[in-house]
Design a protein around this ligand. Structure first.
Ligand SMILES: Cc1cc2nc3c(=O)[nH]c(=O)nc-3n(C[C@H](O)[C@H](O)[C@H](O)COP(=O)(O)O)c2cc1C
Length: 213
């Protein structure tokens, strides 16, 4: 028996969102919803889809992990990866968080900047040693012949840094910050009459509007 996808539907009934209940600041609102997601045991609540595009407008998207919110949304990756090449061409990006258990989605669109090497090093050194080796070993987004190639690269890096502690920050690895121009909060409601509110930057403050679902 195969599943008929067209018949899959959920009635969203986990709550509602009103303009009166929203914080004036989207970061505060995000942090409130993030804590709700943690309390509801959402699986990897900091997983977010990051969409980038080439300067010709060809999009690509992948999941990365949010590692902090401070004036923007921070993540870490390889600066030679496909996403990094696209961000160098076009510093506009979008993020999507889906917190299914709460029938919630948050969308962000904004400008992306590299973090300072000092901030990247601080995060890099907080990671387990195995992840640090992995970051050095993986030529992220490049074609490799087989898994053995990756394991050999990893073994070589382990040998290289066997007596080195701490492992230095790879020059090709670090963080980005997505500074939002808009942040949208979506709460599923029954009969597809969902609540959506979008914050748009207006000088130093934020304008909030309700959007049709
Ligand atoms: C749950 C999850 C979390 C991930 N977190 C990261 C991350 O924080 N940084 C990263 O570079 N890749 C992360 N990845 C891998 C990316 O999705 C992607 O495969 C990789 O970054 C290469 O993307 P690119 O070729 O488009 O640059 C994660 C994947 C998943 C499924």
């Amino acid at each position: 028996m195969t599943t008929n996808m067209a018949d899959l539907r959920i009635n969203y009934d986990q709550g509602s969102l009103s303009q009166a209940s929203l914080s004036a600041d989207p970061f505060t609102q995000f942090n409130l919803w993030f804590e709700d997601a943690v309390s509801a045991n959402v699986f990897e609540p900091n997983a977010m889809v990051l969409a980038t595009s080439t300067s010709e407008g060809v999009p690509s998207a992948r999941t990365v992990l949010l590692k902090g919110v401070n004036k923007g949304f921070r993540f870490f990756t390889n600066y030679d990866s496909q996403k990094a090449a696209e961000l160098a061409d076009n510093p506009h990006a979008a993020l999507v968080f889906l917190w299914k258990e709460l029938h919630r989605q948050v969308r962000v669109s904004g400008w992306v900047q590299k973090l300072e090497a000092r901030e990247s090093a601080e995060y890099f050194h907080s990671r387990p040693r195995g992840s640090q080796i992995g970051a050095w070993a993986s030529p992220q987004s490049e074609v490799i012949e087989n898994r053995a190639v990756l394991e050999k690269l990893s073994a070589d890096i382990e040998a290289r840094f066997a007596d080195v502690d701490p492992i230095p920050l790879p020059p090709f690895w670090g963080g980005y910050i997505v500074k939002p121009r808009a942040v949208e909060f979506w709460q599923g409601r029954p009969s597809r009459l969902h609540d959506r509110f979008r914050y748009s930057r207006n000088g130093d403050s934020w304008e909030i509007v309700r959007l049709a679902p």
